[in-house]
Write a protein that binds this ligand. Structure first.
Ligand SMILES: C[S@@+](CC[C@H](N)C(=O)[O-])C[C@H]1O[C@@H](n2cnc3c(N)ncnc32)[C@H](O)[C@@H]1O
Length: 315
């Protein structure tokens, strides 16, 4: 196929109403086929057919995860530039696109409500649940090691839960802030920090997909077992990067790719782990790069889960 033919295919793929709407939606972040179907109000086979065409033309990238598939806008090369230009030309006030954005906001709100309901239920037992899925002591040693001995002025723990990271790293930072959207988690974290006499950290309610900039800048932002609750972890990494000072780093701890669907159904997970390529591309999108990566195969109950640690630093 000549470059010319390929360009015609790209134009044909983009040149259709529903597919333009899909591109405009995906410009807002990575989304699953199920969510795109709900937002557009079209049948799943139809939406999948449009997505297949966009993907074959290289305009979007597909990631399969268990029984779900996620799509995102092309990130590199000439096609990516073309998609960006195209999206820039679309009239964002067009009524159909305004309605799509409203529907997207509703879908995101619904996910958030589901996650909040789950965390309010399990807040009291979270410390035990976390230990079931994770080789905790080896991991916590590695976290201390990765953070290093250098004094941290401000540390921000996004999705702090019961505040374990604020507790673990309390000797390393001068001021700590934990953010969480679950009232129950925040109440437990507050009580735990008080019981451990950690007075140089505080926790507050907030949405980490839109954190208040006032809480930064930070030398270290932590995302410990949080990103897999988001359809688009890249958005949260971007927000974390915005909270950093010039030398700041983001520490991410999360599962590597797995196929345990029950974690979606029973434990509110959205992503079945995070892959190395995905992390590189999310980090790059946020102006960061992976400066450390370690894996911790699980020797506890669930041997199918591997925990990974990433440090993201400025490029
Ligand atoms: C699995 S827990 C991890 C808690 C803690 N980082 C740890 O490892 O023990 C995930 C936490 O993320 C919080 N969370 C999920 N979505 C959030 C959002 N949009 N904004 C703030 N917190 C969120 C949940 O309430 C929950 O406390």
């Amino acid at each position: 196929m000549t470059e010319f033919d390929r360009f015609v295919d790209i134009l044909k793929a983009a040149g259709e109403g529903t597919r333009l709407r899909l591109l405009a939606l995906l410009a807002q972040g990575e989304l699953s086929v199920k969510d795109l179907t709900d937002i557009l109000g079209q049948s799943q086979p139809r939406v999948s057919r449009h997505l297949k065409l966009l993907s074959e033309a290289g305009l979007v990238i597909r990631t399969a995860e268990g029984s779900w598939a996620y799509y995102r806008i092309a990130e590199t090369g000439g096609v990516a530039d073309f998609v960006q230009r195209l999206i820039g030309e679309i009239d964002e006030d067009a009524p159909r696109l305004v309605n799509d954005r409203k529907a997207l906001a509703r879908v995101r709100q619904m996910h958030r409500a589901q996650a909040d309901a789950y965390f309010s239920q399990i807040a009291a037992s979270w410390d035990t649940i976390r230990n079931l899925h994770v080789p905790e002591s080896a991991l916590e040693k590695a976290i201390m090691h990765a953070v290093g001995k250098k004094k941290i002025g401000r540390m921000i723990d996004l999705g702090t839960g019961t505040g374990r990271m604020l507790e673990l790293l309390s000797a390393r930072y001068a001021r700590g802030t934990g953010i969480d959207s679950s009232r129950e988690m925040v109440a437990i974290a507050r009580a735990k920090l008080a019981a451990a006499s950690i007075s140089h950290a505080h926790v507050q309610l907030g949405d980490i997909s839109q954190p208040d900039r006032e809480i930064g800048p930070a030398d270290l932002v932590v995302l410990h077992q949080v990103l897999h609750y988001f359809d688009d972890p890249g958005v949260v990494i971007e927000q974390a990067a915005r909270l950093l000072n010039g030398e700041g780093r983001v520490l991410v701890v999360d599962f590597g790719p797995h196929e345990l669907e029950f974690l979606r159904k029973e434990h509110a997970h959205r992503r079945l782990g995070l892959g190395a390529d995905q992390m590189n591309s999310w980090a790059n999108g946020a102006g960061l790069e992976v400066s450390l990566f370690e894996e911790f195969p699980n020797d506890n109950a669930n041997k199918d889960l591997t925990v990974c640690l990433w440090v993201l630093s400025r490029t």
